[in-house]
Design a protein around this ligand. Structure first.
Ligand SMILES: [Zn+2]
Ligand SMILES: [Zn+2]
Ligand SMILES: [Zn+2]
Length: 160
């Protein structure tokens, strides 16, 4: 599914198994291309984030890991998340203090999300018109924007 735009919110026909598989394959390919080391721990953190389409906080990730008998300290998980952020594999959702897998790994540091207040799922939309509008607004203020994440709260089609 890489390349083509995914449907914003998941429909009943969503094949989540292959969705996770694709995300992991994309991550492996991207890291190989960049010479970045996707260690077992970093890989596992990314997998946990892809288990759902709901942003997860670092402590929720830690909980899953300790349930698996891996007792990782919070700094370890934060370092893994920093690596994933730096390499464009995840986004940070500031309004939830949480992280979510990126559906187009390696794109710019910008991301636009529709976040459901009902089920907590987040859809990455990345509309280029919105991106351009933000860039030109920043530019006309003489501001060099380095990154931006747009977070729009509301209710998804399944929760409306
Ligand atoms: Zn999925
Ligand atoms: Zn993204
Ligand atoms: Zn929802």
């Amino acid at each position: 599914m890489s390349g083509e735009r995914r449907k914003a919110f998941l429909s009943s026909g969503h094949d989540h198994e292959s969705c996770i598989e694709q995300a992991m394959a994309d991550a492996v390919a991207l890291c190989a291309e960049r010479g970045a080391r996707l260690t077992q721990l970093r890989r596992r953190v990314l997998e946990i984030l892809w288990q759902s389409h709901r942003p997860l906080g670092a402590y929720e990730i830690l909980e899953v890991m300790s349930g698996e008998g891996r007792s990782s300290a919070p700094p370890t998980v934060y370092r893994a998340l920093d690596f994933l952020l730096e390499n464009g594999l995840v986004h940070r959702i500031a309004s939830r203090n949480a992280y979510v897998g990126c559906s187009r790994p390696g794109h710019s540091a910008a991301g636009q999300f529709l976040i459901c207040e009902g089920c907590g799922s987040a859809a990455e939309v990345n509309d280029t018109r919105l991106e351009q509008a933000i860039d030109s607004t920043a530019e006309s203020a003489g501001f060099a924007a380095s990154e931006h994440t747009v977070e729009i709260s509301g209710r998804c089609p399944n929760c409306r």
